[in-house]
Ligand binder design. Structure first.
Ligand code: WT7
Length: 654
C-alpha cells in the first residue's frame, strides 16, 4: 500500500523553518503554551475538551456530561447541554463588536458589499423569521444551493438560529446531483439564487433547481430565490418566492431556538468508495468547538485580522473556515464570488491588496495554477499586510510550498498546512504558527486533544519512523461526524469496522518521521482528489454506465501537475470499439453526460475504449493495471491472471 517512491521523495525534503521571532512573540499560543495544552489533553482528553467547551462557548444550559461513549462508535459530546450556534457566532459579539465588519464581499464583476456584525445579525434574524413563516421548523432540512455571496452565510446562520438542519449542495453540481441530495435529505425548502457569476459566465442555479424539482424532490414545499444576477428566470406560482420579498417586513430580531448540544447543525454530502454520496452529519456544540478552537489556534485570529478562506461554502472548508469558525471568533472574513483568474491572473492578489487581507487560506491546486503565471503577477500587488498563509485539500508539494513562502509570503509568513476532512469537521493535524517549526510538505503534528496513529493492514500500531500505513484517530473528538444521514450501519462499516471499532479510519495513508511529523501519502480507497475536491471513482463509473451506449466503465486517477489528480475513464461500449471521428464524438458526448450527471468537476480528462476491461478470471477489474496504463507507463506487473491480455494494448492507446 505505501508508495515508496513518494516516501523517498518527501524524505529528501529536510528543510526546517522555525517560527520567526515576530511569530513567536505575537502568536496567541507559543511553544510552552502548546506543550502545556498537549500535556493537559494527554492526561484526560475529555476533561480538556470540556474545559474549552465551557470557556469558549456560550451555553443556555451548561452541560454536565463530557463524553458519552455508551453507544460507541456513535460518540456524543456535552450531551445534556443546550446552546444556539448563531448566538455563538453573532449575538455574543454585538456588545463589543457590533460595528465591526463581519463580512467583506467582492463579487466576480467587482461589486463590493460589507456587513457589520450588527447588520449581519439583523439579516440572519429577518431570514430566520421568513423561514419560520414559510413553515420551516426545528429539525427540518433546508437545502442551500447558492453562489459564494453573503446570503449563503446568512442562510446557514438563519437555519442554525431556528434549529433547521442545512445541507449545502455546491453550486457547481448538476441538477441531477442536486436532486439526489435533496431526496436523500428529504428537504422541505431550497434556498437558491437566480444565478451566480463564475469564470466570466452566469451559473444558472435556479434553472438547475427547476430541473431537479421536475424530476422528483417531492418533499420540497418552497423555493426561496435570492436575486444576484437579475437575469430572467421562471418563478412557479405558490412554490417559488423571492428572498427580498419574503424578508420584507420581518423583524430584525428572531428568538433563537436553543438546541441540544448533539442536535445536527448540518448535513454535507461527500464522496466515498461507492456510487452514492454520504450525508455527513455534524453536531451543534462539538462542531462549533472544533472550528472555534482551530481558528484561534491555527489561524491565530486577532481582532484586526482580515481572514480570507477561498473555499466555497459548498465544501466543508467553507463551513468551518468561512461561515462558522471565524464568526464565532468575531473575525472579519472576506468572501469572493469569482474564479482566481477572472478577469486577469492577478485577481486573487488584487483582492488581497484591496481589502488588506492578513490571513489567506487556499488549496495547493490553486497555488500551483497561479504559480504558472510567474512571479511578476503577484509582484504587481501590495501583499505586505499578509501575515499567515494556509493550505488545505491535498499534500502540498515542496515546490509549491516554497513559491507560496517566498513569492506570496515574502518569507515573512508562516504556512499552516492543515490536514483534516469533511468528517473531522475541523483541523486535525496542523502547525501552530508561533510554536511549530515547518517542513515543506508535512502537515506537522496533531492538535492538542487529537490522537493520531499509523497502523498496518491488521490494525497493529506502526511505531517505526518513516513506515507508511493507515492513518487512524484513536480517541473521539468533539467535532467528529456523528453518523451518515439515514445510514448508521454505513457509518460503522466505513469508518470503524475494519479494525474492530478501535479506531476512526481516515482513509488516507501516511507515515511519521523521526521528529513525529506526519506526511500524508494519499487515499487508500477508491477516492480521487481532483483540484482538492473529493470524488469517488465509483460515482463517475455509475454516471458513465447510466449512459445508454456504455456497457462497462472503470475510472482511475492519474497524477496531474495542477489538479493533483486527473480522471481517466476506460469504457466498453455496447457497440464496436469506435475509431476516428466517431470516437471523438462519443468522447465529447460522454464527458458532457458526466457533467450533467454530477457536475463539471467530474468530467473525465481522458476516455479510452476497449473491447473489455482487464479482469482476472474471476471477473475482478485489475485497477492497478489501469493506473499504470493511465500514466502511460509500460506494464511490468504480472498479467498472467488476466483473462485476456490483448485488451491491454487497446487500452494503452490514447
Ligand atoms: C481528504 C479530505 C478538509 C477540507 C478539504 C478536503 C486530503 C485534505 C490535506 C492536507 C494532505 C489533505 C486527504 C483527506 N487532504 N487536507 N493538508 N494534506 N492531504 O476535504 O473533501 O473531506 O477530503 O483530503 O486525503 O482525507 P475532503
Amino acid at each position: 500500500m505505501s508508495d515508496n517512491n513518494h516516501i523517498e521523495s518527501v524524505l529528501n525534503e529536510n528543510r526546517l523553518f522555525s517560527p520567526s521571532e515576530r511569530a513567536k512573540k505575537e502568536a496567541t499560543v507559543n511553544a510552552e503554551q502548546l506543550a502545556a495544552l498537549h500535556a493537559e489533553a494527554g492526561a484526560d482528553h475529555v476533561a480538556f475538551w470540556s474545559r474549552l467547551a465551557q470557556e469558549k462557548l456560550q451555553w443556555s444550559k451548561p452541560f454536565t456530561v463530557g463524553l458519552d461513549d455508551s453507544k460507541a462508535p456513535h460518540y456524543r459530546w456535552f450531551t445534556d447541554g443546550e446552546l444556539n450556534v448563531s448566538v455563538n457566532c453573532l449575538d455574543r459579539h454585538l456588545d463589543e463588536r457590533g460595528d465591526k465588519t463581519a463580512i467583506i464581499f467582492e463579487g466576480e464583476p467587482g461589486d463590493v458589499q460589507k456587513y457589520t456584525y450588527h447588520e449581519l445579525h439583523g439579516a440572519v434574524c429577518r431570514l430566520a423569521n421568513a423561514l419560520k413563516l414559510q413553515g420551516v421548523e426545528t429539525g427540518d432540512r433546508v437545502v442551500i444551493y447558492m453562489p459564494m455571496i453573503p446570503e449563503a452565510v446568512i442562510a446557514m446562520q438563519a437555519c442554525a438560529r431556528i434549529g433547521a438542519i442545512h445541507s449545502i449542495v455546491f453550486g457547481g453540481f448538476s441538477a441531477e446531483a442536486l436532486k439526489d441530495r435533496v431526496e436523500d435529505a428529504q428537504a422541505k425548502l431550497i434556498i437558491t439564487a437566480d444565478g451566480g457569476h463564475r469564470g466570466g459566465r452566469v451559473v444558472e442555479l435556479k434553472k438547475s433547481v427547476d430541473l431537479a424539482l421536475e424530476k422528483g424532490c417531492n418533499t420540497v414545499r418552497k423555493v426561496l430565490v435570492c436575486k444576484r444576477t437579475a437575469h430572467d428566470i421562471f418563478m412557479k406560482e405558490g412554490r417559488d418566492l423571492w428572498w427580498h420579498e419574503a424578508e420584507a417586513g420581518m423583524s430584525n430580531y428572531c428568538e433563537p431556538v436553543m438546541v441540544n448540544a448533539e442536535h445536527p447543525l448540518f448535513l454535507l454530502y461527500t464522496s466515498g468508495s461507492t456510487g452514492k454520496p454520504k450525508g455527513i452529519v455534524h453536531s451543534s456544540a462539538g462542531y462549533l468547538l472544533g472550528t472555534h478552537m482551530s481558528n484561534e489556534w491555527i489561524f491565530d485570529l486577532k481582532d484586526d485580522d482580515v481572514f480570507w478562506c477561498t473555499a466555497d461554502v459548498g465544501w466543508i472548508t467553507g463551513h468551518s473556515y468561512v461561515a462558522y469558525g471565524p464568526l464565532s471568533c468575531g473575525a472579519t472574513i472576506l468572501m469572493f464570488e469569482g474564479a482566481p483568474t477572472i478577469p486577469h491572473t492577478g485577481r486573487f492578489w488584487e483582492v488581497c491588496q484591496n481589502h488588506g487581507v492578513t490571513v489567506f487560506y487556499t488549496a495547493p491546486t490553486a497555488i500551483r495554477a497561479l504559480m504558472k503565471f510567474g512571479d511578476d503577477v503577484p509582484k504587481q500587488y501590495d501583499l505586505s499586510k499578509l501575515r499567515l498563509l494556509g493550505s488545505v485539500g491535498e499534500p502540498i508539494n515542496p515546490e509549491a510550498w516554497m513559491w507560496y513562502h517566498t513569492v506570496i509570503g515574502q518569507e515573512r509568513c508562516p504556512i499552516v498546512d492543515t490536514w483534516w476532512q469533511t468528517e473531522t469537521g475541523a483541523h486535525m493535524i496542523a502547525p501552530f504558527p508561533g510554536a511549530t517549526a515547518l517542513k515543506p510538505g508535512s502537515c506537522t503534528q496533531p492538535l492538542p486533544g487529537i490522537f493520531a496513529e499509523i497502523v498496518d493492514e491488521e490494525g497493529n500500531l506502526i511505531t517505526a519512523d518513516n513506515q507508511g500505513g493507515y492513518l487512524v484517530i484513536s480517541k473521539p473528538w468533539p467535532s467528529m461526524l456523528r453518523t451518515i444521514w439515514g445510514d448508521d450501519a454505513r457509518y460503522v462499516s466505513t469508518y470503524y469496522e475494519k479494525f474492530n471499532n478501535k479506531y476512526y479510519i481516515v482513509g488516507d495513508s501516511a507515515f511519521r518521521d523521526a521528529d513525529g511529523y506526519y506526511w500524508i501519502l494519499g487515499r487508500v480507497d477508491d477516492v480521487l482528489n481532483v483540484s482538492g475536491h473529493r470524488l469517488g471513482t465509483m460515482e463517475v463509473e455509475s454516471a458513465l454506465v447510466a449512459h445508454p451506449k456504455v456497457a462497462e466503465a472503470a475510472v482511475v486517477g492519474r497524477p496531474h501537475d495542477v489538479k493533483g489528480e486527473a480522471i481517466v475513464a476506460f469504457v466498453v461500449l455496447n457497440s464496436e470499439r469506435p475509431t476516428g471521428a466517431e470516437r471523438d464524438a462519443i468522447i465529447t458526448e460522454l464527458k458532457a453526460w458526466v457533467g450533467e450527471q454530477i457536475g463539471p468537476i467530474a468530467k473525465p480528462d481522458e476516455i479510452r475504449f476497449g473491447d473489455n476491461l482487464p479482469k482476472t478470471r474471476s471477473g475482478k477489474i485489475m485497477r492497478r493495471l489501469l493506473r499504470t496504463l493511465a500514466k502511460g507507463e509500460e506494464i511490468t506487473q504480472d498479467t498472467s491472471t488476466l483473462e485476456d491480455a490483448t485488451i491491454l494494448k487497446q487500452l494503452a492507446e490514447k
